[in-house]
Write a protein that binds this ligand. Structure first.
Ligand SMILES: Cc1cc2nc3c(=O)[nH]c(=O)nc-3n(C[C@H](O)[C@H](O)[C@H](O)COP(=O)(O)OP(=O)(O)OC[C@H]3O[C@@H](n4cnc5c(N)ncnc54)[C@H](O)[C@@H]3O)c2cc1C
Length: 114
């Protein structure tokens, strides 16, 4: 049985093309292509979280800020718990963020005698 395509629009891997399915769950919202010619190959896959959008807010000393924008004494943060990617993900910047803010956190924590 071939899957119906809601929109008969050209496949375009370079953008969310809106070429979607209907009648199956979960619905495929983009890049839907019919797979109706053998040979068929199947591979096990799983989901993973590469990073999250949003997170704790810190200042340039890696101090965590409260909801009023003031540093919380003795609390520093780095890594995935930080907010950074609010609109898009510039490739490979995750570890750069981690290294930079971890160094800042360590330096300023040491300077405070923590
Ligand atoms: C598939 C994938 C691909 C990625 N590719 C890139 C890339 O190409 N470039 C890039 O820059 N970044 C990439 N990242 C992001 C990068 O790996 C993360 O930003 C980085 O690992 C975050 O480091 P972290 O120390 O903040 O968190 P984590 O590496 O998640 O470390 C947190 C640690 O805390 C431990 N922990 C959790 N809860 C507790 C607890 N209660 N008690 C004790 N320990 C606890 C966990 O076991 C874990 O070891 C990728 C991530 C993923 C998942």
């Amino acid at each position: 049985m071939s899957l119906p395509l809601l929109y008969e629009i050209p496949f375009d891997a370079t953008r969310a093309d809106g070429r979607c399915t209907e009648g199956i769950t979960p619905r495929k919202s983009n890049w839907a292509l019919r797979i109706d010619e053998p040979p068929f190959h199947a591979y096990p896959v799983t989901g993973g979280i590469t990073f999250t959008f949003g997170g704790l807010e810190v200042n340039r000393q890696a101090q965590v800020l409260n909801t009023g924008g003031r540093p919380i004494h003795g609390l520093f943060a780095s890594g995935d718990i930080l907010g950074l990617f609010f609109h898009n993900y510039p490739s490979c910047t995750g570890q750069t963020r981690n290294v930079v803010f971890s160094r800042l956190a360590g330096r300023h924590a040491a300077a405070q005698g923590l």
